[in-house]
Structures are given as structure tokens and as C-alpha cells.
Design a binder for this molecule. Structure first.
Ligand SMILES: [Zn+2]
Ligand SMILES: [Zn+2]
Length: 358
């Protein structure tokens, strides 16, 4: 399914790419609709304008269909292996890539968002039957025992949360963590906070989030708060005996969520900002709060290899019913409707995670 321009998706047919010695072809088993996909679809995401036409889809699980000798040797893979693929693979040449930060590659070498499908090998997105695996694609073998629904959540949902809270946010044993927004990223954050030994995990949502808040509890949240009924700040103060949280993260995508964080953390607290609020949107905050409380504000974006590998191990342990996040499943041909639902265009659908199957 090809995004020809904002809000215009059509089915195209492509030739299967020719696989040489250092690349491979993936047969898609399932594709997750990322929380950022509706923004890409609407043409509003921060890297706009996109290089249309593009094939969306960067939460990828599938099987190796064809593989070059070098690619196979380097990744320890063979035809038939089940793998997940990271969103970013990087150009390998810019300073970000050369310092290991391929996620923030200057050239935006990513799946499903920033490479046009106009020219061969075309298939740089997983809203389709096959994906071209570039020589630098970050491919990880996973157990056939994991469900596709759990597998598709490993990189971009669990891997993101692991990087944001654990690697960047440094959450540790006994800490109090507040998570605003019980969507897929907030729910994965609960799992990671729990695994990291957080003492109190507080998840906040709205009345319409009841189902999500219940799942947050199942994943290990100690407290869930409906902010339409309770004063979150007062709840956090009460739980922490006035000290406030060590770490707070906003995954509501709303300005109000971001602004609330600064009052929820303690002196020297850490604030994690993974959400996108709008490319040119300015959100006023009293900067003195950061100064006088000596806060650390962490902008975080996407997963990387060092978070995906432990996320795979965690998923393989099977301690958490990850697949329960998946509320909607569509055939690939209905990708456009799936993205619209994920983007909240049909509120009655109330999705947590939407997935596509070929
Ligand atoms: Zn994504
Ligand atoms: Zn690069």
C-alpha cells in the first residue's frame, strides 16, 4: 500500500527486488501501525514533506524469503528464519551514524517513512507483502514460539520504552515513576518500569481510557488515576509522602500532558519526553521550574539495537501478555482505514494497537 501524498493511499504492484550477496528479502508476517503513522499519513509529521510516494510500515515481523551470502553470514540468518526489523538502519556515513546513533541519521534512512518507493528496490516499508532488507538493516532473529502480535511490539513498543525509561531515564529499584497516557507506549513503559524494579508505578489516563488503565494494572502498575475524576498531583504527593516522583514521562501527545510533568517530579527529578507535539508548536512552560528544581529533561526518540536485544529477551520470557495490547487487526489492503482508526478518526473503535496482516 503506497502513500502517494497526504491522506492518499493506493495499492501498487512492484517487481520483487533482485537480491544480491549483501541484502535480503523479508516476507511480512505482521506489521504494526505505529502511533506516528497517522501523522505520516496526514502529512503533518515533523519530517514533512515526505518523499512521496512511500510505503509506510516500520513495525515489522516476518520471515527471510531470500538472502545474500554476506548478509546471511553477517547476521547469522538463513531462509525461513523469523525476524524483527528495527525502524532505522542509517546511511552509515553521516556523523550520527558513525557515532552509533543511526536512529538520528542525517539522511533519515528508516523504514516506512523517509525513503521513496519510486526507484528499485522500492520496498522500504512493511505495508505490503515483502520488505527489502538493506545491507545495514537491523535484523534480529526471534523465537517461533512468540506470537506475531507480541513479536511486532518488540522493537518499537517494548524496545522504545526500554530505551526511554531504562537507558535514557535510568529508572531503578524503588523509584516512583509517573506515566501520563496509557496507550501502547505508556503500557510498555509500565512493563519496563516494573522490570527495572520501580517501587511505585502510577499511570494516568482519562475516563475513556478505562480499558487501557485496567491493562496497565495487569502489566504491573501500582496505581491508575483517572485525571477527570482525581487530582493527579495530589495522588502523587500522597503516594510519595510529599516528595513527588523520581521520573515522569508524557506519552499523551498533548501539551497539557507535557506541561503537567514539571509539577509531578521531585527536586532533581527526571522528565522524559518521547511524544511529538507538532513540528512548529510552542508549548509554554515556566522554565524556572527546571532551574530551581534542577530537573533533567530528556528528549528521547525511537529504539536502537541496545534496547531491542533485551526487549527480545523480555518478550521471549513471556512474563507479560503483550498481545493483549492488540485490539484491531486488518488485512493489508485495508491499511488506510487501519491508519485512520489508529489516528482516532473513529473514536468508537477505541484502539490500543492496530496491526496489519498480508
Ligand atoms: Zn514508530
Ligand atoms: Zn546516517
Amino acid at each position: 500500500m503506497v502513500l502517494e501524498g497526504p491522506r492518499t493511499m493506493r495499492q501498487w504492484e512492484f517487481d520483487i527486488p533482485t537480491i544480491l550477496e549483501d541484502d535480503a528479502l523479508l516476507k511480512v508476517e505482521m506489521t504494526g501501525v505505529c502511533g506516528s503513522d497517522p501523522g505520516i499519513y496526514n502529512g503533518k509529521a515533523f519530517k514533512a514533506p515526505r518523499p512521496y510516494p512511500i510505503i509506510m510500515g516500520h513495525e515489522i515481523i516476518g520471515h527471510i524469503e531470500e538472502i545474500g551470502e554476506k548478509f546471511a553470514a553477517r547476521n547469522g540468518l538463513q531462509v525461513g528464519d523469523r525476524v524483527i526489523v528495527e525502524y532505522a538502519f542509517g546511511c552509515g556515513q553521516c556523523s550520527s551514524c558513525l557515532t552509533g546513533h543511526y536512529v538520528t541519521c542525517d539522511k533519515h534512512y528508516n523504514y516506512g517513512s523517509m525513503i521513496s518507493c519510486k526507484n528499485p528496490p522500492h520496498l522500504f516499508g512493511a505495508y505490503g507483502a515483502y520488505v527489502y532488507l538493506h545491507p545495514r538493516a537491523m535484523v534480529h532473529k526471534i523465537s517461533p514460539a512468540i506470537s506475531a502480535e507480541a513479536g511486532v511490539l518488540i522493537c518499537a513498543v517494548l524496545g522504545n520504552a526500554l530505551r526511554w525509561l531504562r537507558h535514557k531515564g535510568g529508572i531503578s529499584i524503588g523509584e516512583t515513576v509517573v506515566i501520563l497516557g496509557p496507550g501502547q507506549q505508556g503500557l510498555a513503559a509500565v512493563i519496563i518500569a516494573r522490570q527495572a524494579g520501580a517501587g511505585q508505578i502510577i499511570v494516568a489516563g482519562m475516563s475513556k481510557d478505562r480499558r487501557r488503565l485496567e491493562l496497565a494494572r495487569r502489566y504491573g502498575a501500582h496505581h491508575v488515576v483517572d485525571v477527570e475524576k482525581e487530582d493527579l498531583s495530589a495522588v502523587v504527593r500522597d503516594i510519595t509522602h510529599g516528595r513527588m516522583a523520581d521520573v515522569a514521562m508524557d506519552v499523551t501527545g498533548s501539551a497539557g500532558g507535557a506541561r503537567a510533568l514539571f509539577d509531578l517530579v521531585r527536586q532533581q527529578g527526571r522528565i522524559i519526553l518521547p511524544g511529538l507535539y507538532g513540528a512548529n508548536k510552542e508549548i509554554p512552560i515556566a522554565l524556572d521550574k527546571i532551574v530551581t528544581k534542577e530537573l533533567t529533561v530528556l528528549g528521547v526518540f525511537s529504539q536502537d539495537m541496545s534496547s531491542v536485544i533485551p526487549a527480545i529477551r523480555l518478550a521471549e520470557e513471556g512474563l507479560y501478555p503483550l498481545e493483549e495490547m492488540v485490539t484491531h487487526r486488518f488485512p493489508m489492503a485495508e491499511a488506510e482505514r487501519a491508519v485512520q482508526i489508529a489516528g482516532g478518526e473513529f473514536p468508537e473503535e477505541d484502539p490500543i494497537k492496530v496491526v496489519l496482516v498480508p
